[in-house]
Design a protein around this ligand. Structure first.
Ligand code: NAP
Length: 291
């Protein structure tokens, strides 16, 4: 067997087109242009690159981006004050705190300073509770992107055994919650899991969310499984041993071009939601009206 690729670039580009149309209609109907504020603390070059990339994608879909840069010595209190101020700023629809923040900052305290209705990155406790319980609110972008990718390829989730490797609050934990809500049987693995190969070997759907190059060996993968590799390591290497996994899996995400593009596309879609852009269905109706 040779796995077929889940093309995140393609699915993300469809979502971006949809978001661009919704933004256009919002601007046409109300004159409002959505605004995403990104907050960056310190000088980490990779974080600067990510923020620049997000600003470019915002421009692609007509979202205004506001970039706030704070120096590396910023304290938790100063960052919290800034995020509270932006949460009250009517000109800002969505707020993204680029993480990781410098180690002296209490990241959780900073996340919680973001008003839930502007938490388009889905990082607050309120957003997580909404994800777990199925309430309204913003989902963490990468988990949401993973589910949208599975749906785009019509991959069934209910009744499947999903094994999520990693349990971070922004990735592993919420993706497991979303899979559980869709009636998968979910197993979480983490750094203290004792039999990782056996756990992975039982999975119909594997989600790798660790950040260690090729930790998950191809020979562990069950024949016919779906492999979602959210890990990103230097040199475009994922958390899964890609070539060997391809020989056993039915579906697999490539790196690059798998999960990564979905994350940004969801961020922009959620920013459009936060600004009150109409849903995709009404865009079609709107276009008929406009024409
Ligand atoms: P993180 O906060 O460092 O969490 C890593 C998780 O992996 C932890 O739960 C940890 O377990 C677990 N882990 C570590 N070593 C392990 C091992 N040997 N066996 C099993 N589990 C192990 O990382 P993150 O923020 O979730 O990110 C994970 C990866 O996803 C990174 O490569 C990151 O770059 C990537 N990522 C990609 C996107 C995207 O858009 N594509 C977005 C976000 C993150 P413990 O909880 O026990 O410590």
């Amino acid at each position: 067997m040779s796995a077929s690729e889940l093309n995140g670039t393609l699915v993300a580009s469809k979502l971006m087109t949809d978001t661009a149309q919704r933004v256009q209609l919002l601007r046409y109907s109300s004159g409002k242009q959505p605004c995403l504020a990104t907050v960056l603390v310190g000088d980490d070059p990779a974080s600067h690159t990510y923020v620049r990339m997000k600003a470019n994608r915002c421009a692609d879909v007509g979202i205004r981006s506001l970039r706030v840069e704070l120096d590396a010595g910023t304290t938790t209190d100063e960052l919290v004050d800034k995020l509270v101020e932006m949460s009250h700023d009517e000109g800002v629809d969505g707020i993204l705190l680029q993480h990781p923040v410098p180690p002296h900052i209490d990241e959780r305290a900073a996340f919680e300073a973001i008003a839930p209705h502007k938490d388009v990155d889905g990082v607050t406790g309120a957003s997580f509770a909404g994800t777990a319980l199925g309430f309204d609110g913003y989902e963490s972008c990468t988990p949401s992107g993973i589910l949208r990718l599975l749906d785009a390829y019509d991959i069934g989730i209910a009744g499947k055994h999903a094994v999520v490797v990693g349990r971070s609050p922004i990735l592993g934990l919420p993706v497991g919650m979303l899979l559980l809500r869709r009636n998968a049987t979910v197993t979480y693995c983490h750094s203290r899991t004792t039999e990782l190969p056996e756990e992975v070997g039982r999975a119909d759907i594997v989600v790798a969310a660790v950040g260690q190059p090729e930790l998950i060996r191809g020979r562990w993968i069950k024949h016919g499984a779906v492999v979602i590799d959210a890990g990103y390591n230097p040199g475009n290497v994922g958390d899964v041993e890609y070539a060997a996994a391809c020989a056993r899996a039915r579906w697999i995400t490539p790196i690059p071009g798998g999960v990564g593009p979905m994350t940004i596309a969801v961020l922009l879609a959620q920013t459009a939601d936060a600004a009150g852009a109409p849903a995709a269905e009404s865009v079609l109706l709107g276009e008929q009206t406009v024409n």
